[in-house]
Design a protein around this ligand. Structure first.
Ligand code: ATP
Length: 500
């Protein structure tokens, strides 16, 4: 029998004014699981955690605890505690007092029999002895027994973190939320604490929901990882599933190192990328545009004549146990890991077994927008205005004196008509001259695909423009986007089309 869900998030959305921080979030967490929200800064991890804790209310959707809706329950009424990155320990209190702080406020039900033999339940504070016992027990669990009288300032970062955890678990929550709890520690201490936290999780049997932007941390500790981007879940799976079977290029790129190539299915379980054809396991229709993910450790170096791909070694970096080797093959750069040493300039062949090739449907090859005609040669979309050939919408039409005429010379009123705009992702170009293009935005993401980068430029209202560029730009760069007039395809929306 499967374990019961302790908490469920159903269709959760969180908006701050017009900004949607979390959308369409659905998740089931089993009792005792270690679940990690993983994603880049600003993707909505903390907001989701705060909704579970009750510090934020969802704009839409439900949070169920043991099947009961707790969406509107205040934080102190939820059997949930949170450990923050900044441990929020009280510097003027010693360790005992820090841990006991919450317990002193706590009331518990105590049952008595009155003189008539009736059972009465009274709410009472915990006794000093009970508090001392509970503090002692949690200090033992976090391996800091005997530290009761020490000052917070005398503790290392890792010890302070363990006190913060002790303080959270002393209240015996059913769920412990941990928001980047190791973020303030140096990398060695962080690694030690990861192991300790995992061990503590096993000792407590409490459900952990953990937030991090560190993929290694998520893979090391979790039973289940929820990969997030832009307020949405990208993939939910075990660490092995999200590493070996990423379902989007974003996940493949974010989790571990990977080569991502643009490719095409050429037959049944056959895929072409890097100018070569490979057998693969994924069965997508022949002719489909795909993204191909190959982990560097799944590429084998062979003599040049035996290679499916041939190339020249461009870079070799020693990494302790293995080398990171970059091979240039035509326009593609391929990263592989090997314990064998090779020299820069050496010619070699590369082989990839079918189970080392992971094929994903290509994300987007056309950008689609809702637009409005603003002049006889202009359309507004994606928070900007672009030159377009409107005459293509009305066969036989022509422009004269800033008016559009049909083939019989009748004026067509087009201003304000709504259109669907399609732009292939190969068409837009970025410019750092902010006024050069029709719209502007920040680079929201970039993924290297062997011979080019796939960029997403996000405009101020959140429209995405996917484009390709061979040069490396930085995430968050503010750019303008130029789209050549001839690559903008327009079609009239239903109502306007009836009038043509
Ligand atoms: P980080 O790893 O940097 O903490 P995160 O994934 O936890 O990021 P959140 O803190 O959940 O991200 O924020 C998600 C988005 O919501 C961000 O763009 C943030 O600016 C926005 N946001 C969060 N809280 C508020 C608020 N109170 N008002 C307006 N916007 C907010």
């Amino acid at each position: 029998m499967s374990k019961e869900n302790i908490i469920e998030l159903k269709g959760i959305q969180k908006c701050y004014d017009d900004f949607v921080a979390v959308k369409d979030f659905n998740l089931e967490v089993k009792k005792g699981e270690f679940v990690t929200f993983l994603g880049p800064s600003g993707c909505g991890k903390t907001t989701t955690l705060r909704m579970i804790a009750g510090f934020e209310l969802p704009t839409e959707g439900q949070i169920l605890l043991h099947g009961k809706d707790i969406s509107n329950l205040p934080p102190n009424k939820r059997p949930i505690n949170t450990v923050f990155q900044r441990y929020a320990l009280f510097p003027h209190l010693n360790i005992f007092e820090n841990i006991a702080f919450g317990l002193k406020m706590k009331y518990v039900d105590v049952t008595y029999k009155n003189s008539k033999g009736e059972t009465i339940v009274r709410k009472e504070k915990l006794s000093k002895e009970q508090i001392r016992e509970k503090v002692k027990r949690v200090l033992e669990i976090v391996d800091l027994e005997g530290f009761e009288k020490r000052d917070i300032s005398t503790l290392s970062g890792g010890q302070q973190q363990r006190i913060a955890i002790a303080r959270a678990i002393v209240n015996e929550p059913e769920i412990l939320l941990l928001d980047e709890p190791l973020g303030a520690l140096d990398s060695k201490m962080r690694k030690e604490m990861q192991i300790e936290l995992k061990a503590l999780h096993e000792k407590f049997g409490i459900t952990f929901i953990y937030v991090t932007h560190d993929q290694e941390e998520a893979l090391t500790m979790s039973d289940k990882v929820v990969v997030m981007a832009d307020g949405m879940i990208q993939q939910i799976g075990t660490p092995e599933e999200i590493y070996n079977e990423p379902n989007t290029v974003f996940v493949a790129d974010f989790i571990g190192e990977s080569n991502i190539f643009s490719g095409k299915m050429t037959g049944k379980k056959k895929v072409c990328f890097c100018d070569a054809e490979f057998d693969c396991i994924d069965d997508l229709p022949a002719g489909s545009d795909v993204d191909v993910v190959v982990r560097p450790e799944d590429i084998e170096m062979v003599p040049s004549e035996n290679g499916q791909i041939r190339g020249t070694v461009k870079n070799v970096n020693f990494k302790g146990i293995h080398y990171n080797i970059t091979v240039q093959s035509g326009e593609n750069e391929i990263l592989l890991k090997s314990t064998k040493h090779v020299k820069v300039g050496e010619k070699l062949g590369l082989r990839i077994e079918p189970n080392g090739i992971h094929v994903i449907h290509a994300e987007t090859d056309i950008n689609t927008y809702e637009g409005v005609i603003t002049a006889v040669d202009k359309v507004a979309f994606a928070d900007g205005e672009f030159d377009c050939d409107i005459t293509k919408l009305y066969p036989g039409s022509s422009i004269s004196n800033n008016n559009l005429y049909d083939m019989d010379g009748n004026k067509i009123n087009v201003i304000g008509n709504s259109v669907t705009v399609r732009v292939p992702i190969s068409a837009p170009a970025m410019s750092d001259d902010i006024d050069a293009g029709g719209t502007k935005g920040h680079i929201a993401s970039l993924i290297y695909k062997g011979d080019h980068y796939h960029y997403v430029v996000r405009t101020k209202s959140g429209e995405n423009i996917h484009l390709r560029d061979k040069s490396l730009w930085n995430e968050n760069d503010y750019v303008s986007v130029i789209i050549p007039k001839e690559s903008i395809d327009l079609s009239l929306n239903a109502e306007e089309a009836q009038d043509v």
